[in-house]
Design a binder for this molecule. Structure first.
Ligand code: LLP
Length: 433
């Protein structure tokens, strides 16, 4: 509990935003995702206020793939962030939350004509164009509707983590964006510049996720500026915007040492200022797209312990009522988490157990070797830092209904996504006659 932003209350239970987690599990059932909204807000403010203090023009766009729901996007809107959506479903959610359309940016490596048309019909702030096919589609829609659209170009800067260092390769093997090194980006530049209905605002790159240092962003900014300098020299082009993507790391376990978001922002701003000055270009607006860094540490998942299998001298398997259907990250990425027994949070750990999910496969494990006090059926397990890519990657495997989501803030708790029912699970099934 030491490295997670939650407390133990006076009855020895885990408290989330001041509310007893055991009480929440009784009120709403488990598995249950609980978000401490004050932490979401604090994460947003750390980014926004640092840019403000530096006095640079910036947009902090929440990458809604990390966790999107109407309530979440209402909070993001209140905090004055922009929004990154990557699909019609994410855009639809944003519209349902009445998110200001001019602050919505659309991503994706295979945006359909329908998705682009919806983005254009709603006059969203910007489309981050990913490939030549999409330039054609956008142009066709804009011409037909006699409209214009702001566009950023996503490029692949060819930066790859090489254990502790980053290496810049000429050509990166990626499904996203235009490659910088082989002339694709130059060709796209000409097409965008020559498209009457497109306002080409600048470049975008996203180099990876769960990054603890700013060095990869700094490298990316330099690679992008080298290309911008060519276009500046040849065509007198200066970008209005430089979008350096998301990927700011968070703490899942004790070993994770993420940089303060404010330090990231200062270091990023410094390199953009330095590069713009060096190449004698006006300072572009700096955009970033944190997802995990906004939602991750604000979320906790609560489960109820069921069966316990002891294999003497080997391991104790403690099964909970969720698993890979509500958090696929351990199975998919070997992601590590920490947790406590919420009803015994004040007690000292004496045992070591492994937490198994409920799905019918051996890979459905949530945690290995978690230190806990003596564990019994009906204990409530709380897993920390599940706010990003938990609910958003949830599935119906084994026909489990999706869990509920509750927001807590200022001593209040409120359901923001209902638990699915078995009716929901079969609602699209059609009997075969
Ligand atoms: N911008 C772009 C263009 C992205 O592709 C992503 C993430 C982000 C921003 C936000 O990255 P973040 O700040 O959340 O790291 N499902 C994986 C993460 C995949 C991220 C994909 N793109 C996970 O659970 O770790």
């Amino acid at each position: 509990l030491d490295h997670h932003p939650f407390n133990i209350n006076d009855v020895g239970h885990l408290a989330i935003g001041g509310i007893d987690a055991v009480g929440l599990s009784e009120k709403y059932g488990t598995p249950l995702y609980v978000y401490d909204v004050s932490l979401i807000r604090a994460n947003c403010r750390r980014f926004v206020e640092t840019f403000e203090a530096l006095g640079v023009r910036a947009q902090v766009a929440y990458a809604s793939k990390a966790f999107s729901s109407v309530a979440m996007l209402q909070v993001i809107k209140q905090e004055g962030l922009s929004l990154d959506v990557v699909s019609q479903g994410e855009l639809y959610t944003a519209l349902q939350a009445q998110f200001p359309v001019d602050r919505i940016h659309m991503h994706g490596n295979n945006k359909s004509a329908n998705e682009l048309e919806m983005a254009i019909d709603y006059d969203i702030g910007c489309i981050v164009v990913d490939n030549f096919h999409e330039i054609e589609l956008i142009n066709e829609i804009l011409q037909r509707k006699n409209k214009t659209m702001d566009v950023l170009m996503r490029v692949t800067p060819g930066i790859q983590p090489n254990t502790h260092q980053y290496i810049v390769t000429g050509n990166e093997d990626s499904k996203f964006g235009f490659n910088l090194a082989d002339g694709q980006a130059d060709e796209a530049f000409l097409q965008l510049q020559n498209s009457e209905n497109i306002h080409f605002k600048g470049l975008h790159s996203h180099i990876g996720s769960q990054l603890f240092e700013t060095d990869a962003f700094v490298l990316a900014a330099k690679v992008l500026f080298r290309k911008l300098a060519d276009w500046h020299a040849e065509y007198h082009y200066s970008p209005d915007v430089l979008n350096l993507g998301g990927g700011f790391g968070i703490r899942y376990t004790e070993g994770d040492q993420p940089l303060d978001y404010s330090t990231h922002v200062k270091e990023l701003t410094a390199v953009v200022q330095e590069q713009a000055a060096y190449f004698n270009m006006p300072l572009p607006e700096i955009w970033i797209e944190p997802g995990r860094a906004i939602a991750g540490n604000a979320g906790v998942t609560l489960y109820t312990v069921g069966s316990i299998k002891e294999i003497p001298g080997v391991r104790n398997y403690v099964s909970v009522d969720g698993g890979m259907t509500d958090n696929i990250r351990p199975a998919l990425y070997h992601a590590k988490y920490e947790g406590v027994l919420a009803n015994k949070a004040g007690k000292t750990a004496t045992d070591t157990v492994s937490i198994a999910g409920k799905c019918c496969e051996s890979g459905d494990m949530l945690m290995w070797d978690l230190p806990v006090p003596a564990v019994e059926s009906d204990d409530i397990l709380a897993v920390f830092s599940t706010g990003a890519y938990g609910y958003s990657m949830a599935s119906h495997y084994n026909r489990f209904p999706k869990a509920a989501v509750v927001f807590v803030e200022n001593g209040r708790d409120q359901l923001v996504i209902k638990r699915e029912t078995y009716h929901d699970v079969v609602k699209n099934d059609i009997s075969y006659e």
